[in-house]
Design a protein around this ligand. Sequence first.
Ligand code: LLP
Length: 421
Amino acid sequence: MDHFLYRDGILHAEDVAIPQIARRVGTPFYVYSAATLRRHIGLFAEALDWAEHLVCFAVKSNSNLAVLKLLGDMGAGMDVVSEGEYRRALAAGVPGDRIVFSGVGKTRAEMRLALTHGIRQFNLESEPEMRALSHVATEMGVIAPVTVRVNPNVDAKTHAKISTGKSENKFGIPIARARDVYAEIATLPGLKAVGIDVHIGSQLTELEPFRQAYQKVAELTEALRADGHDITRLDLGGGLGIPYERSNFAPPLPLEYGQMVRETVGHLGCEIEIEPGRLVSGNAGLMVTSVIYVKKGEGQDFLIVDAGMNDLVRPAMYEAHHDIIPVIEATPGQEKARYDIVGPICETGDTFAKRRDLDSLEADDLIAFRSAGAYGAVMASEYNSRPLIPEVLVMGDQFEVIRARPTYEDMLGRDTIPSWL
Ligand code: LLP
């Protein structure tokens, strides 16, 4: 459920009419609903209320400081994967002891920074990383809390580019090696193992792959405890999918997910962490764009809009579907049309949707891409020298630009022409 609904035929974000935002900030833009973000993070907290838990929002899905502050103020932790994300979490007011650091390539500088300002745990992804962290922590005279991200070799049954839990993927340490790795951690002076981490992929639409992975984690917990390790925390990753197509079936709900977590690992008495991104932010955001031209092609009509693949890359990158809806609802009896919806970028891949049935549209009409709050703005680029598009946050009847559109001066000003040219 989200808070983007039609009122008197006009699409609103909570109590704000989308055309009003468009007039103020121009198109294209992203708009997020505070109420939806709050509702979604709350659903996970509720789903895990049977255990001590921390819901760590995956910052990579939407890293705007206002979004992080809103979620952090509700008690959420943050899952970060880079110095930039770590700095964002801190800047949003999230204390270090609610930040977990994931990622296969943490640098020594990132480790040092997190150990200086505070960290809940590092999720280790390899043995060289484990030794590097122990070294950095020892140099600093501190002990780094760690989990090992295990790769359980299960098929997440999602898009190949976002599946992470198979042995051929670069992520984690093979679960069969985990006992040896924990044994080595116990000998390293700078590390203390506090738990186990697993994340098998993103946009999962079934619980079964999670269940298989978590059962393996439960078995490993018991084996490690028998080996004498104090495993008190399980980080179960993110990955629960969202309904991108409203007309299609819906993935499991957080409450069902929480129940499955309880069934698989509840008996262990561990503190539970999860790292949801998409389910929290995905359906809390729209990308709004306007039609530049309606172009009649041979066999199909093109809707050329002012957003491009640089603004929302998911369709080009993963063949992802986003529902596309008009901002002004069609009047009964309005003509229907079938469009290829494309951006202005000079690549055929700059196609958001093919043969999509919509109400017939004209130049300057506004349309909205649903489910664009996760992996939208964060994956944008300035390809074709197009300035990044603004982000807007709505709360009730208020809205504010939470990242402004850069000016062309800002954009060009970042380049330098050497004096010897
Ligand atoms: N934890 C870890 C370690 C992750 O790598 C990810 C996502 C998450 C949590 C959050 O997963 P979520 O709950 O959002 O599914 N750009 C792609 C998605 C990449 C996901 C990468 N890792 C897309 O647009 O679909």
